[in-house]
Design a binder for this molecule. Structure first.
Ligand SMILES: C[S@@+](CC[C@H](N)C(=O)[O-])C[C@H]1O[C@@H](n2cnc3c(N)ncnc32)[C@H](O)[C@@H]1O
Length: 280
């Protein structure tokens, strides 16, 4: 792997940090996403009652809280304290969650957790795409295997790389949406664009938050955004997933699309993966 320039390092650092500094805004932006919650809940239920679950990149607990509600025991690991603070605030609302939830600030490539401690390890909603090299991904897969009990399951979802979307015009603004900030109430306009670096497989997404125009005026992106969030997602191709699973000593059980068991093909957004730590 060639070494990264200081500018690349800075973009990757911001790419895992900026989007997760405002946890309330994160929850607001993804409040309509539910299909993954149903899938992870069903998976845990199929494996048994009171499963010992480790969630890598647990964030604000979008998936964690439904798993707690279903009676499972969850260790929520994330490297961004603001995200975990919101998760803890949500969990505080239910006294029974106290004994079911452990929160760990940590990195998913080096888990401060005991061998064989979990029945299920999950990494929902593209969390693994914040690992920016094959080496980091393999470290994470090996850690997932180590902390799983024999026969345990590692499940995750990541985007299916879409070369058409990745190579859109990097200057055009997309997904232009007017909204009110959930905490401050300010009227803002959300828009995005992105640049794909084919050499590193990293897509650099820019999320712009601009002041909303006065009533009746059309939105025109100002020369300098009010706030610019950088989000970096490494693209993980299906064959790379298969190679990582084999190299970590796991067995692939499912690699399908969009939480519906669909075959991977153009138009599918998410790759949904289940692998098992062998019994022997
Ligand atoms: C897209 S969010 C997913 C959050 C949550 N699982 C959900 O479904 O809403 C990705 C999360 O991964 C966390 N993250 C990114 N890189 C990480 C790393 N190396 N170790 C631990 N957490 C990481 C981020 O802080 C963020 O909370």
């Amino acid at each position: 792997m060639r070494s990264r320039t200081p500018n690349e390092e800075e973009l990757l650092l911001r790419g895992t940090r900026d989007h997760y500094e405002d946890a309330a805004l994160y929850d607001f932006e993804y409040e309509d996403r539910g299909v993954d919650i149903v899938w992870y809940r069903r998976l845990a239920a199929r494996l048994g009652v009171k499963q010992r679950i480790l969630e890598l990149g647990a964030g604000t607990g979008r998936i964690t809280v439904p798993l707690l509600e279903a009676g499972h025991v969850v260790t929520a690991l994330d490297k961004m304290p603001p995200m975990l603070e919101l998760l803890q605030a949500k969990a505080a609302a239910s006294p029974s969650f106290g004994a079911q939830l452990a929160v760990v600030v940590g990195d998913m490539t080096a888990l401060p957790l005991a061998d064989g401690a979990f029945d299920l390890v999950i990494a929902p909603f593209n969390a693994l795409q914040h690992l920016y090299s094959y080496r980091e991904l393999l470290a994470c897969f090996c850690e997932a295997r180590r902390v799983l009990a024999p026969g345990g399951t590692f499940a995750f979802d990541v985007l299916l790389p879409d070369l058409d979307w990745l190579t859109w015009d990097p200057d055009e603004r997309h997904a232009v949406t007017h909204f009110k900030h959930p905490t401050t109430g300010e009227p803002l306009v959300y828009s995005t664009n992105h640049t794909y670096d084919a050499e590193t497989q990293v897509c650099h997404v820019r999320i712009y938050y601009d002041d909303a125009p006065r009533r009746g005026r059309a939105f025109k992106p100002p020369p300098k955004p009010r706030r610019l969030v950088h989000l970096a997602h490494r693209q993980i191709f299906p064959e790379e997933i298969r190679a990582l699973i084999a190299a970590a000593g796991l067995e692939l059980e499912e690699l399908s699309g969009d939480f519906s068991g669909m075959r991977l093909r153009t138009g599918v957004q998410s790759q949904v993966v289940r692998a098992r730590r062998p019994l022997g």
